[in-house]
Design a protein around this ligand. Structure first.
Ligand code: URP
Ligand code: ZN
Ligand code: ZN
Length: 463
């Protein structure tokens, strides 16, 4: 028996139209007005928007980092994602220095096994190309790992030099994968950090004050320049500032295949509001790149509208305040970097983007679902509502009110970065490959039902 979603308003990146959606098994079969009921199970979507499930291309579940491990595992993190209307994530496996990427892939598959509630892909964080790293990259592409993250920050931990970045970019020019760049000048930041600590400045706000926007812009510029020389596309992750955005815009204006994402925290939070430098509570907002001055927010929203930025992802990397952020009580460099957000991305961008008149509904769908699916090689299986696509569908109540709070959220972390934020618009029902997995804020699917996505290495072909 098929499932028929009737009377809803379908929203894709291109169109908004009244239509019914017929689902057979895990796949969308037909999208048009007036599909007859014909004994199908009918779901009445009157008054609801029928959206493609959200795609969050940047999450860190069960990730060892900063002397601890991110608080959400693949079960709690993907469950929270689903409740918020996200049906696909792309997480990061980390190559340990001196080891094969395949070991990391196996480790991350095991982390997800029996736990993932929604479908997931994996990027590979490259820490070392060694002697066989380039072949390793090709090996990963064959396994559906169609993107690699490299770090220009975190010296002695994850940072790689320009030669490594350039070699990786050249390899992706051949194998079609996409390099994702953490773009901050880590060496310069390290000098500023050491000077600041030597002056006795140890509070959380100094994490932000030691990472100037120019250090981000310089690295974005360098990443794009290296990609241009290599003849490869590049994707800048978690872009946080106007200075950095200007570099991406300039490159795109020249026709280069440079892409970038930002995150809700950079669009909605600021140094002025969240980090006045008064208490250790501000450790809740220690992530990298850091929060910026408020004046950057309007520029980032405008960048999303104008397609200088293509994607909003979360960089979900939760650490509990009580026992994890507290590691840095006397030294901001010991605060684990990262913040939670996987559950709230769709609500926040719908409310502050669409309701606030900054984005059309179609652009909302594009930046939260369609564009990440395309860029990361999952389109049209994910990221749209069309015959043949996976039936990953969110029935969205555009008028539903919700107050974000750690007291009620589903992420396994003891605070919310958006505590008390009131949003209008929320997921009423969520389907993943045709299965109803969320109903009125409750996850009703099984853990482990999510499957690994083998992604196509063709992100760079899309611009
Ligand atoms: O602070 C952050 N962003 N933590 C996660 C790791 C990263 O750089 O994305
Ligand atoms: Zn990063
Ligand atoms: Zn990240």
């Amino acid at each position: 028996m098929a499932l028929l979603i009737k009377n809803g308003t379908v929203v894709t990146a291109d169109e908004t139209f009244a239509a019914d959606v017929l689902i057979e098994g895990s796949t969308i079969r037909e999208v048009r007005a007036g599909i007859p009921a014909n004994g199908h199970t009918v779901v009445d979507a009157s008054g609801l928007l029928v959206l493609p499930g959200g795609v969050d291309a940047h999450t860190h579940l069960d990730m060892p980092f900063g002397g601890t491990t991110s608080a959400d595992d693949f079960e709690t993190g993907t469950r929270a994602a689903a409740i918020g209307g996200t049906t696909t994530i792309v997480d990061f496996a980390i190559q340990a220095r001196g080891t094969k990427m395949r070991n990391a892939l196996d480790t991350w598959w095991k982390k997800a096994e029996g736990k993932a509630c929604i479908d997931y892909g994996l990027h590979m964080i490259v820490t070392d190309l060694g002697t066989s790293g380039l072949e390793d990259m090709d090996d990963m592409v064959r396994e559906g790992v169609a993107s690699f993250k490299l770090f220009m920050a975190y010296p002695n931990v994850l940072m790689v030099d320009d030669a490594t970045i350039f070699k990786a970019l050249k390899q992706t020019a051949k194998n079609g994968a996409l390099v994702c760049m953490h773009a901050e000048n880590g060496s310069v930041i390290d000098v500023i950090v050491q000077q600041t600590l030597a002056e006795g400045k140890t509070a959380p706000v100094y994490h932000a004050l030691t990472r100037p926007t120019t250090a981000e812009a310089e690295a974005v510029h360098r990443a794009i320049a290296l990609a241009e020389i290599a003849g490869a596309p590049v994707y800048i992750v978690h872009l946080s500032s106007e200075d950095a955005l200007n570099q991406v815009r300039e490159a795109r204006d020249r026709g280069l295949p440079a892409f970038a994402e930002t995150c809700p925290q950079y669009l909605l939070l600021s140094i002025e509001d969240q980090m006045p430098g008064k208490s250790f509570d501000e450790a809740k907002y220690v992530f990298t790149p850091p929060l910026r001055k408020k004046k950057n927010q309007a520029k980032l929203w405008d960048g999303l509208k104008q397609d200088h930025l293509q994607v909003v992802s979360t960089d979900h990397c939760p650490f509990c305040f009580a026992d994890q952020k507290a590691l840095g009580k006397d030294d901001f460099t010991k605060i684990p970097n990262g913040g939670p957000g996987i559950e709230n991305r769709m609500q926040l961008i719908h409310h502050h983007g669409v309701n606030a008149g900054r984005l059309s509904l179609n652009r909302f769908v594009e930046i939260t679902s369609t564009a990440p699916a395309r860029i990361f090689g999952m389109y049209p299986r994910k990221g749209t509502i069309a015959a043949g696509s996976d039936a990953d569908i969110v029935l969205w109540g555009p008028k539903e009110k919700h107050t974000i709070s750690a007291a009620t959220h589903n992420m396994r972390v003891d605070y919310s970065m958006f505590e008390g934020f009131e949003v209008v618009g929320n997921a009423r029902q969520v389907y993943s490959r045709g299965e109803l997995i969320v109903e009125n804020g409750k996850y009703i699917g099984k853990a482990g039902r999510g499957t690994y996505l083998r992604r196509d290495a063709r992100g760079g072909a899309w611009c």
